[in-house]
Design a protein around this ligand. Sequence first.
Ligand SMILES: [Zn+2]
Length: 273
Amino acid sequence: MSQRHPRGTLFASGHTTPAGLATLITARKPVSKPVKARAAEAANPIPSRADDVYARLLQAINDGRFRPGDRVLETEIADWLMVSRTPVREALRRLESEDVLARATQGLTVAEMGEDELFELYDLREALEATAAEFAAHHATAGDLRELQRVLELEAHVPQHDNLSMAAVNRTFHIALAAASHNRYLSKTLNAMQDAFLRLPSTTFSMGGRPGKALEEHSKIVEAIAARDPAAAARHARAHIRASRRTRIRLNEQVRKLASERDGPGKPPKVWR
Ligand SMILES: [Zn+2]
C-alpha cells in the first residue's frame, strides 16, 4: 500500500451480498410473512461486517485512496477500519475472487481494469439499465415514482463541483431505478454492476458539465416512466449510459495525457492513474 492514508467516513450501499443470497434462500422456508415483505428483506439484507469492509474498500478505490498497483495489507485495513482481521480476510477474499484485487509477488494489490473490460461493463450496463427503465414504466408504483423524484431533487441540490456527492446520488438514482423495475434478479445484477464501477478510480462527474447533463438525462428517464412509456424510458436510459461512456473515454484520455506528461514518453502510461 502507498503512503497515502485512507481518511474520512466511507460508505457504499446497494451492493449484492452473500448475506443477501442467504436471505433469499432462507426466505424459501415456510414463514408467516407475506411474500412481498420477504422479497423486500432479500433485496435489502442487513450487511455483515465483511460486507461493510468490502463496500468501504471499493469506495476507497473509487475515491482514489487506493490506486491500481497499491498493496492491500490485511493488518492495515483492520487497523484503519477498526475491525478484527476475520471480516477483512473475508472481504479481501471476495475482492480477489472478483478480480478487484490481484495476487502479486509482494502480496495482494489493487488490480487495474483494462479498457476491454471497461467497455464490456458499459455494454452490459446499457442493456440492463434500458431493461430496468422499460420494466419500471410497466411496474413502478406511486411510491417508486416518489422515490425517483426525491432523488432527482436531491441531485439538483448537490453543488456541481462536489463530485463524490454527485457520484453517490447517481448511485442512489440507479438503485431506485432498479428497484422500480420490480425484478429482483435485474436489481441484484445492476447493483453488483454498480460495485464494478466503484473499481474505477475517479468519477465521470469530475468532467465539466457532466453533472448538469446527467440530471437532465435522469429526469427524462423518470418522465417516461411516469408517462408509462416503456420504449421512451428504455431509449433515454440507453442514451444516458452512452453519454456516461463517452465521458469516461474523455476522462481516460485526460488521465493518460497527464500520466504521460508526468512519467515521460519512455514509460508506458498507467491508464488509471
Ligand atoms: Zn446516472
